[in-house]
Structure formats: C-alpha cells, structure tokens
Design a protein around this ligand. Sequence first.
Ligand SMILES: *Cc1c(COP(=O)(O)O)cnc(C)c1O
Length: 415
Amino acid sequence: MRLNDIRTAEAKLLVKTYDRTPISFVSGEGVHLLDENGVAYLDLLSGIGVSALGYGHPAIQAAIDEQSRKLMHTSNLFYHPGQAELALRLTEMTGLDRVFFCNSGTEAWEAALKLARAYATLRREEGHRLGTKILALEHSFHGRTMGSVSTTHKLAYRGPFEPLLAGIEFVRFDDIADLEAKFSNEVCAVCLEPVQGEGGIRPVSKEFFAAARRLTQQTGALLLADEIQSGLGRTGEWCAYQHYGILPDVTTLAKPLGGGIPIGAMLCTEEAARALSPGMHGTTFGGGPLACAVAIAVIDTMRRDNLLDHIRKTGKYFLEQLQSLAAHHSAIVEVRGKGLMLGMELSDAALAKHVVAQMMERHMIINRTSETVLRFLPPFIIEHQHVDQAVHALDEILSSAAAANLSAAVQGAQA
Ligand SMILES: *Cc1c(COP(=O)(O)O)cnc(C)c1O
C-alpha cells in the first residue's frame, strides 16, 4: 500500500489516537530511514528513543534470526534462559537487585506503582506507619495506562479518563519546599524522571533528587526513578540517576532496551522485592525468549562497541554545537540535556513547529515536546557528521525564520 491509500484506509479503520506526519517508511539502514520513494531521512529521534542501534543492525538481526528459529514464546509458567541472562546484565548495570520483565514502558511503570503499594501494605503489616499516597512531579510523563496516566501530569492526558487512581499528588518541579510540605508518613512513593523527557528534557537538580532520597529513606517510602526514556545509556550512563550518585529503590527501563522489539523492565532492591510473591503480578508475554535475546544483543553490542563512551563524546559535541547556535539566535531560550538526550527550547510554539516541519522538508527527523522544546534522541551510533548536518540545517532554518519575521515586522510598520 502507498501512503495515500494507507491514509484513506486508516482514517476509516483506526481509532483516532494519532496525528501522524504523512510519510510512510518502509526500511532503514544505520541512522537513516527510507520512505516509500526511497528518500533517506536522517533520524535524530529513533522512534522516540527506541532504535538505539539504528536500523538493520547485524547484532539485532542475528539475535532475531537465531531466537525465532529456536523459540519465541513459553509464557511465564516455564523457564527459559533469557530472563536470568538479561537480569544479570541489568542488575549489574543499574545497581539494583531484582527484575520484573514486561512489554512496554507503561507496563514497567505500572509494576513500579503496584510494587510501591504492595510494599506499603507489607510495611503496615510489619507494624510500620506508611500510607498509600503517591507523589509525582509536575510535567512528568509515566505512560498511558490507568495507573501510569494517574501519575502523568498533563491534564489533557488525564482529565477525560477520570476518576483515576486515588491518592496521587503533584509536586512542583525541583521545588524542595513543596516536596517537603507534601511529604509525610502517608506517602508510600515519590516518583520522578531524573531527566524529564516529554516534559521538555529537564534534568532534576541534584538538591531535589537528594531531598527525595533523604525523605523517602526517613519513612521507608520508595523512591521510583522512571528511566524509560533516559535509561540504558541514553545520557552517557546506564541510568541517568548514576550522574547524581543516587540509587533509587525502583527504576523502570523500556524504550531502547529491545532495540525496536517491545520489552520493558522494572528493577528494584531486594528489600522492596519482598512485597511481591507468586500470583500477585504477572504478564503473559513479558520477558519472552525473543525479546530477551534481542535485549541481550543490544546490551552486549553497547558494551563491545563502548557505546557509553561514544554517547558521552557525541552528546557533548552535539550539546556544544547547539549551544553555539544559541549564542547567535535570540529565538533559542535554552539548550539542555545529557548525552544523547538533548532539548533546545525556543521562544514560541509556532516557531518550534515550523522548525520541525522545515527539518522534515530537509529529510531530518526531530520532534517537539512540551510545545516549545525541540527534542533530539538520536540513535546511539550517530556520528559527528550527522550532528553537523542537523546543526547546519537548524542554523539556516532559524536564520530564515528570523529574517521572515523581520521583514513581516518591517512590512507591518510600513503599512
Ligand atoms: C515513553 C515513556 C513512558 C511510557 O512508555 P510506553 O512504552 O509508551 O508505554 C513512560 N515513562 C517515560 C519517562 C517515557 O518516556
């Protein structure tokens, strides 16, 4: 099917959950996607932080090929080698003790929320005072299922689905006084993304993260760090919390973990894991042989190719190039982020939308989040030349937008 036929059919057949860009991609290679006409697009978004090793990576192809011939599904009624082998890697990388596997980001976050409530129940049974309230941050994004969306701040995502999970309260981003005021024995979990993704590529401050760790430690509440977007090397460490030297009780991984195959993971401490026993939580597909084999291939490739180091170096270069753009474009408010998780905040939403569209015209994929922020989540294998290509285009687009604005202003003044 060609794009126009797809669009007509989808408009009739699909639930209207997406507002898609009218391009149909049919294949990919390295950091490029190819549309139905064979036009190559430089991908600086990797399918929202998923295609970490780019497209057509031989290690992923080999893992899928080999595992699909052997076995793709067993259910969690039986053993297969994949979960233990992957869990060994993930616990080493994150510093946490135990893993629950699932199929997506929001499912990993659901598991984290359920663990927090179950742990509070256990603590109460053991005679401690711990309530059921959950604190999340303003501008947070934790997913779309009922529990996850209850901890997601944006009203447009939550409002129509009310009533949601009870007992959720939002704390002002990076506001320690607000956190302290809302925290008490009634709180069983404090939720945060060490670097907010959908919220506009905003790293939490060291002080705020430390305050969240200190308060939760005082009462035995759990600190939940959502690393679904920021984790698995995206920021130059396996987890963004490692930049802060803070270990949460629970973390969640998903987006890049399967290199394009759906898989999520919730990791926690030995102490928190006491709260879950057989039958309390589960999934049919989670941690299946195919997804585990691919995730193992992604991690082993990242280690073998020293990609964390590459992410740090390329990310630093990318950030510096964006900062130098900011120095001569007044429309750039701020450049933020770590590693290959970068955001460039512009002065207005219409301009940000224009820049994304113009980049697309030049066959480069970025996106806009939080209205005014251009988001860059390129594949980890991106090279300096790709950064240069993107930065050069951004420079031109911003210059001509500024010139157009100026001439419109002059015309306005003359009229
Ligand atoms: C994308 C994302 C999620 C949700 O993941 P899905 O796989 O879309 O369910 C949750 N938290 C964060 C921080 C995310 O970026």
